[in-house]
Design a protein around this ligand. Structure first.
Ligand SMILES: [Zn+2]
Length: 255
């Protein structure tokens, strides 16, 4: 049976998301920004929390863990390299590991750069990816604990997922990301079309998440750093892709 998801806002601009296996009834919370909205989402869906899959150690992704653990005795799965910085971890994972949520099987992908041990979770049967703060729609996370080269390699791994993969990220930043992306690729027609779509969604108070990998490949400048036209637009024709990526990231930091 196909997986079900339920997306809901947390904190100021974070997203929480539940991943549900209808066959077994198992439900994972992807990260836990705060407990109350997760509890509200469980109440609304009638789902039972069995697991928390953590992408990285930042407080706006983990603060809700202790309370949820206490309430539900759920299993907490976290990146191996950051487990000491995350409360109540039961199981640690890294690249290539399989994580099961009931009958759903997810593959762990190491995606360092935003934090040193950041992981993403990819469920191939349902083409669902949970990417934390590595990839955003039309953007990417700040490079805090890694460097640009490491982050670029992580983004390439996510870019290599099937085009029809729906990915869930940790924040609603799409609108601001589009304003920035237009400065890098003012002539990108797909980006212009997406901008109109996003304006409509945000105007109606709706999320712009999930997005697809295929659309991001056409619209997200951070995933396009190896294209000659993108290198040219930032004055780095002929430079390695990661350097182009680094320049785009720097410009976004200052935007
Ligand atoms: Zn973060």
């Amino acid at each position: 049976m196909p997986a079900q998801t339920y997306l809901f806002p947390c904190l100021t601009d974070n997203y929480g998301v539940l991943l549900h296996d209808p066959e077994s009834g198992a439900t994972a919370s992807i990260d836990a920004p705060e407990a109350a909205p997760v509890e509200a989402a469980l109440k609304k869906t009638g789902w039972r929390l069995t697991d928390i899959l953590v992408t990285h150690h930042h407080g706006d992704h983990t603060a809700g863990i202790p309370e949820l653990k206490r309430q539900h005795q759920c299993r907490v799965v976290a990146p191996r390299a950051e487990a000491q910085r995350i409360a109540d971890v039961d199981e640690t994972v890294g690249e290539g590991d399989t994580v099961r949520v009931g009958a759903l099987a997810g593959r762990v992908i190491d995606t360092p750069g935003h934090t040193a041990g950041h992981v993403s979770y990819f469920f191939p049967a349902d083409k669902l990816a949970f990417v934390g703060d590595t990839l955003f729609s039309i953007g990417c996370g700040r490079v805090i604990e890694g460097n640009a080269e490491i982050m670029w390699q992580s983004l390439l791994k996510l870019r290599n997922l099937p085009d029809d993969t729906c990915f869930y990220c940790g924040h609603e930043y799409t609108d601001a990301n589009i304003r920035f992306a237009k400065t890098i690729e003012p002539g990108n027609k797909e980006l212009a079309a997406r901008a109109a779509e996003v304006a409509q969604l945000r105007g109606a108070g709706k999320p712009t998440i999930p997005a697809t990998i295929g659309a991001e490949k056409a619209e997200n400048p951070f995933l396009r750093a190896d294209l000659p036209e993108v290198a040219k637009s930032v004055g780095l024709s002929g430079s390695p892709a990661w350097k182009v990526f680094a320049e785009i990231r720097e410009r976004k930091n200052r935007f």
